[in-house]
Design a protein around this ligand. Structure first.
Ligand code: DO4
Ligand code: MG
Length: 283
């Protein structure tokens, strides 16, 4: 099953997509993931048009949940270790090499609901960043006990120049308005199957032309989801609906950066395609 949300007349409604049938969902999406969904009436929504245009029949698609907390995992893929290491001048053992090999993963606080955007909503480049990159990641919605309730597409948008200046600036590079894109769907684990065999594709478009493309597969994730969840929830109570973004396996180099007007397109098998325009500054 897939869930999505859309807004009409200022009201947010949650929908359940079962095959091609769309139903209103009664109650909150996290409750539905925890206890099973309570279907309302069938909804006459053309989901393909809503996804393609962001709007359809007065409905505007929005993020599929308001995550109370979003956490990130880092250096989960060898590709991330390699790219992040390029930032560090000292060519000895870097903090990224160390965390890649260590038992304890890098887990960091990423966002709250008000810093998240949905499919077709703008992600941001901070006003004080001149090198910001998208990080396409498999997102996992968790129960308070750490049980995976659903999967989604997450963009862990990161001001790479700020972190590379000094790793202690990580929170400023990661946490700001529009730094986290979620959706379009929450997809239940039974529909996803094996989360370690999903193709991940990233494209950056400028003036309609592709300026970057990259791909990976979640099979390359060194940090398994249960390992990440174990450390996230150790001595750290998280609320139902917490979103964990499991790290990126696609990290473009210094020659790529996000600019105002760019469009980021992330596709993950079984989870759909997330399209977000880029804006710079507070807006
Ligand atoms: O400090 C590095 C952050 C790494 C990250 O966000 C990732 O690997 O996805
Ligand atoms: Mg990341």
């Amino acid at each position: 099953m897939k869930f999505f949300r859309a807004v009409k007349g200022g009201e947010v409604s949650t929908f359940l997509l079962d095959g091609t049938q769309v139903y209103f969902l009664k109650g909150d999406v996290v409750r539905a993931l925890l206890d099973g969904p309570s279907r309302g009436e069938e909804a006459a929504i053309d989901v393909n048009s809503l996804l393609a245009r962001g709007e359809w029949g007065g409905w505007k698609i929005t993020k599929p949940l308001d995550p109370p907390e979003v956490w990130g995992a880092g250096i989960s893929y060898e590709a991330a270790r390699g790219r992040y290491t390029e930032d560090v001048k000292d060519k000895g053992m870097t903090i990224y090499d160390m965390v890649y090999n260590a038992e304890r993963p890098e887990i960091f606080f990423k966002a709250t609901a008000n810093r998240c955007v949905g499919h077709m909503e703008p992600i941001r480049v901070r006003s004080d960043s001149s090198w910001t990159l998208p990080e396409p990641e498999l997102g996992v919605v968790l129960s308070s006990s750490g049980r995976p309730l659903a999967f989604t597409v997450v963009d862990d948008v990161s001001a790479r120049d700020i972190e590379s200046e000094n790793p202690l600036y990580l929170p400023q590079s990661k946490i700001y308005a529009g730094s986290c894109a979620v959706g379009p769907f929450l997809v239940t684990p039974d529909e996803v199957g094996d989360p370690y065999s999903l193709e991940v594709n990233l494209r950056i478009l400028r003036g309609g032309k592709e300026v970057f493309s990259g791909r990976t597969n979640t099979s390359r994730m060194r940090r398994r989801i249960d390992e990440q969840v174990k450390y996230l929830t150790r001595d750290n109570p998280v609320p139902d609906g917490t979103l964990l973004s499991t790290g990126t396996g696609i990290v473009p180099g210094r020659d790529v950066d996000l600019r105002e007007g760019d469009v980021v397109e992330i596709t993950i098998d079984k989870l759909g395609t997330q399209v977000t325009p880029v804006v710079k500054g507070k807006g």
